[in-house]
Ligand binder design. Structure first.
Ligand SMILES: C[S@@+](CC[C@H](N)C(=O)[O-])C[C@H]1O[C@@H](n2cnc3c(N)ncnc32)[C@H](O)[C@@H]1O
Length: 350
């Protein structure tokens, strides 16, 4: 089938448009994206155990606030939240700590449809009184109340808009994506009305809020064409990359996680002084690993995702004034039989 070009955008803008449409199809498509980490119990159980011992330490030094506020970003269909809370409740009962009644758990996702799926998730039913569902874009985190003791997310960072930069012969380029769709596939609004392609291109190129009115079904039929154009690297980004890799590597596609680093910056004022951020995701933590993952540095099917540049995020967190940052392989949170390559745990504390 002949396809026509809808529009062309820098990678990070294409990601913003594509992922919004992709996730507004809701949790009924969870098989496409629900991560293996959250469909099993190993990761949420390990997180709950770790957090329970953190709470116990704070309690024994009388520094535990009354409300135990937890924020999960990009919760998907809510199964990971349910397993995390199940485990926390079980530990609470076993050790008589009585933390559970003090918990307030906020699920924040940019997709209303995903939040509806989480609301309807039977696994979450027993915890309903503890839960708040909030529509919120990780690119502009705003909460009337902060003081979170824990912010957790699994495989959100790789979905957030990321510039893909490369240096070739001393000149800089960025990856762009053209979105193509065969002319017979319609683009419709959620109310069923037809949306002319030119109008879609206009909304997408402005990253308009009206994109949320579009039925995301057609996104599965998009094909993506990669090109590159000269670009000027952001000076802070260039410093972080040069500091991380001792130089600016030539001919490597380097993800620059602008949206993830600004989310980390916004979380600074939302964390309780004893609070922590636990992010789990796929990415690289050295120049050698960056080179190893080049062929899949960005990818579909599924959401449009890019491997996470962890050395960059560590530097951004330090610059934002966080006192403690730590990165470790995620393998220790996975079942022993499962080999987990390129999975990392990023912990950030105030
Ligand atoms: C790959 S899914 C992971 C879902 C779940 N954490 C899991 O592990 O199965 C990514 C989730 O992040 C949400 N998401 C993606 N981009 C987002 C953004 N900019 N702001 C808020 N949520 C976002 C998606 O709607 C989806 O729920």
């Amino acid at each position: 089938m002949m396809e026509t070009k809808l529009l062309e955008l820098p990678f990070q803008d294409a990601q913003r448009v594509f992922n919004r449409l992709y996730y507004q199809r809701g949790g009924k498509h969870a098989r496409d994206f629900q991560t293996s980490a959250s469909s099993g119990t190993a990761l949420p159980f390990a997180e709950a155990e770790n957090f329970h011992s953190h709470l116990s330490q704070l309690a024994s030094s009388s520094s535990l606030p009354y409300s135990i506020r937890i924020l999960e970003l990009g919760p998907g269909n809510g199964s990971s939240a349910a397993r995390f809370l199940n485990r926390l409740l079980a530990l609470d009962k076993k050790s008589g700590t009585n933390f559970y009644p003090r918990i307030e758990y906020i699920l924040a996702d940019f997709s209303y449809q995903m939040l509806d799926s989480a609301r309807e998730n039977k696994l979450l039913r027993r915890h309903m009184k503890k839960l708040t569902f909030t529509q919120c874009d990780a690119e502009s985190l705003r909460f009337s109340e902060g003081d979170f003791l824990l912010v957790r997310a699994n495989e959100l960072l790789d979905d957030l808009p990321t510039q893909i930069l490369t240096r070739d012969g001393g000149r800089f380029f960025e990856v762009r994506l053209a979105l193509h769709l065969d002319p017979k596939t319609p683009i419709t609004r959620k109310n069923g009305s037809h949306l002319p392609r030119r109008e879609f291109a206009r909304l997408a190129s402005h990253g308009s809020r009206e994109l949320s009115q579009i039925d995301g079904k057609f996104v599965k039929h998009l094909s993506l064409e990669v090109s590159r154009k000269p670009a000027h690297p952001d000076i802070t980004a260039a410093f972080f990359i040069m500091d991380a890799f001792k130089d600016f590597p030539e001919n490597a596609l380097i993800p620059v996680p602008f949206a993830a680093s600004s989310a980390i910056l916004s979380l600074k004022s939302l964390l309780h002084p004893k609070g922590r951020i636990d992010f789990f995701d796929y990415g690289f933590n050295s120049l050698q690993e960056l080179e190893e993952v080049q062929s899949a540095i960005f990818r579909t099917p599924g959401a449009l995702a890019a491997f996470v540049n962890f050395p960059y995020l560590i530097r951004a967190a330090k610059l934002a004034g966080f006192s403690n940052t730590m990165i470790e392989p995620q393998q220790k949170f996975a079942p022993k039989a499962r080999k987990l390559e390129h999975g990392y745990h990023l912990r950030i504390e105030r």
